[in-house]
Design a protein around this ligand. Structure first.
Ligand SMILES: CC(C)(COP(=O)(O)OP(=O)(O)OC[C@H]1O[C@@H](n2cnc3c(N)ncnc32)[C@H](O)[C@@H]1OP(=O)(O)O)[C@@H](O)C(=O)NCCC(=O)NCCS
Length: 182
């Protein structure tokens, strides 16, 4: 069972741990340069990480257990990249990371959220459906390695459903919402 976690903005010194997680989670991972560009060189990009609050039992295990990169481009929230460490899945981390993006989008007056996902990615599709996204179209053979269709999901209007579970893990300005354990 996962202990407590918190969600905070990613910092450039976290890049190596984020890259390691990216490479573990995707068949065509973003490169260090791509991740760095999102972290430091894209005015529309936001990058959050989920961190264990308790120190890991093994010193080699990084504290970062998930991350989420998204863009807020005027009225549109665009979810770009989301991953949770395999051993930490089904503990609400992915949902909390997406919910925080929705909240930031709402704060910045975004009115809809969009994303693309591999058609075979049932865990991710299930997560987004759970949060209120619906399929609006598909893009044949959009992905490579392996070649696969993309499904386009949208939430319009942008809303936050079932927010209470996620809210307690978010740290804003150094204050956590609560210390309840999962
Ligand atoms: C998709 C991913 C981010 C989900 O992260 P997670 O932390 O496991 O998600 P959560 O625990 O918040 O799940 C929330 C809900 O999503 C759904 N869900 C998540 N994983 C699921 C799975 N494997 N099977 C079925 N439903 C799933 C469930 O409804 C779940 O609620 P429940 O656990 O109460 O049933 C994670 O599986 C992952 O990192 N996958 C590899 C990278 C990836 O595919 N990223 C998405 C690219 S678009």
């Amino acid at each position: 069972m996962l202990g407590e976690f918190e969600i905070i903005p990613a910092m450039p010194e976290m890049l190596s741990d984020i890259l390691a997680l990216e490479e573990a989670c995707f068949s065509s991972p973003w490169t260090r340069k791509m991740l760095e560009g999102e972290l430091t060189g894209n005015q529309f990009a936001h990058f959050l990480v989920a961190m264990r609050r308790e120190p890991s039992k093994t010193k080699t295990e990084p504290a970062i257990i998930g991350y989420h990169c998204f863009w807020i481009v005027f009225e549109e929230l665009r979810l770009m990249n989301l991953a949770v460490r395999e051993s930490m899945r089904r503990n609400g981390v992915g949902g909390a990371l997406v919910t925080e993006a929705l909240r930031l989008g709402l704060e910045q007056a975004a009115t809809r959220a969009v994303l693309e996902v591999r058609s075979s990615n049932n865990p991710a599709r299930s997560l987004y459906t759970h949060l209120g996204f619906v399929q609006v179209s598909s893009r044949p053979r959009y992905y490579t390695n392996p070649i696969e269709d993309a499904v386009l999901l949208e939430m319009n209007p942008l809303v936050i459903l079932n927010d209470r579970q996620q809210d307690r893990n978010v740290v804003r300005g150094g204050e956590s919402a609560s210390t309840d354990s999962l």
